[in-house]
Design a protein around this ligand. Structure first.
Ligand code: C2E
Ligand code: CA
Ligand code: CA
Ligand code: CA
Length: 278
């Protein structure tokens, strides 16, 4: 779960009445956004720690609000979840990300992986597997190219159902990453039972990694655990070269963070990758 503070819409006024009204407004605006093409995906590069090459990207949604300008997902994903719009929004994101990857594959940027975030409600949606099946087929996604990022809470709700859904996704060649690893339920047992392919160390552990002994210990343990279970380990929120050095020394596989790049609009992402890997 996200920190409470990130769920607050920037325009909330303190009174309860105003809060409810504001929420209603966002909900209406968001319906509108889905119909009027106001959402955009940004792409943050994922870098191989050893080679420093770009191996893929994480798709992160942005909202161009006609009056309020650019709105970040922390301010509307939770509203979308509460008012039942998340499945439509999520389906749009999945389709857009796969189509974009297909365009890159057919032109300038072959071989990139794409990661897409899934909300718990999407994961529980009975239509998930069939819509992923359709999109993967329509966009001819090569096996191992699409990665879905889920959080620990998804797995703990209904473990049996989760295992069967994950197996179906795996059969489609879809990879599964555990996002924000270490911030949710602390049961490590599920890692063994669920067909996941990677874990993403939450940025809260990465922030002070170069100075804080506790964070060092946690990160060391997570990398060790991941590797002993044959999982790829990704660190997110890497901003300092000291953090990168530490993670690389410890054998972390992939890195995302402002040190390399913020999430970028599709065309800027292409330019960035092309210049970097020329
Ligand atoms: P997340 O999946 O954990 O994504 C990582 C967040 O950290 C992104 O924020 C990213 O821009 C930010 N970030 C990346 N590198 C750094 C860094 O070096 N330093 C710092 N301080 N931050 C960094 P963003 O794009 O605002 O997204 C916030 C959250 O919103 C995401 O967290 C994810 O949970 C959710 N989200 C974004 N797009 C989608 C989507 O399409 N569907 C769903 N269900 N959730 C989404
Ligand atoms: Ca993510
Ligand atoms: Ca994350
Ligand atoms: Ca997060």
């Amino acid at each position: 779960a996200k920190a409470e503070g990130r769920n607050n819409y920037r325009f909330f006024l303190p009174s309860m009445h105003e809060r409810v009204k504001e929420r209603k407004t966002i909900e209406e605006d968001l319906r509108n956004a889905l119909e009027n093409d106001q959402l955009e995906l940004y792409y943050q590069p994922k870098i191989d720690c050893r080679t420093e090459r770009v191996v893929g990207a994480e798709a992160l949604v942005r909202w161009h609000h006609p009056d309020r300008g650019l709105i970040m997902p922390g301010e509307f994903i939770s509203v979308a979840e509460e008012c039942g719009l998340i499945n439509r929004l999520g389906a749009w994101v999945l389709e857009k990300a796969c189509k974009q990857t297909q365009i890159w594959r057919d032109s300038s940027l072959p071989g990139l992986r794409i990661a897409v975030n899934l909300s718990p409600a999407q994961f529980q949606d009975a239509e998930l597997v069939s819509s992923v099946t359709r999109i993967v087929k329509d966009t001819a996604m090569p096996e191992g190219t699409l990665e879905l990022e889920i959080t620990e809470s998804i797995l703990m709700n209904n473990p049996e159902k989760a295992v069967s859904t994950l197996k179906e996704l795996k059969a489609l060649g879809v990879m599964i990453a555990i996002d924000d690893f270490g911030t949710g339920y602390s049961s490590l047992n599920y890692l063994k039972r669920f067909p996941v392919s990677s874990i993403k160390i939450d940025q809260s552990f990465v922030n002070d990694i170069h100075v804080d002994m506790d964070d060092k210990a946690i990160v060391d343990a997570v990398i060790g655990l991941g590797h002993s279970l044959n999982l790829e380990v990704v660190a997110e929120g890497v901003e300092e070269v000291e953090q990168l050095d530490y993670l690389r020394e410890k054998g972390c596989d992939f890195i995302q963070g402002y040190l390399y790049s913020k999430p970028l609009p599709a065309d800027t992402f292409v330019t960035w990758v092309t210049e970097r890997q020329a």
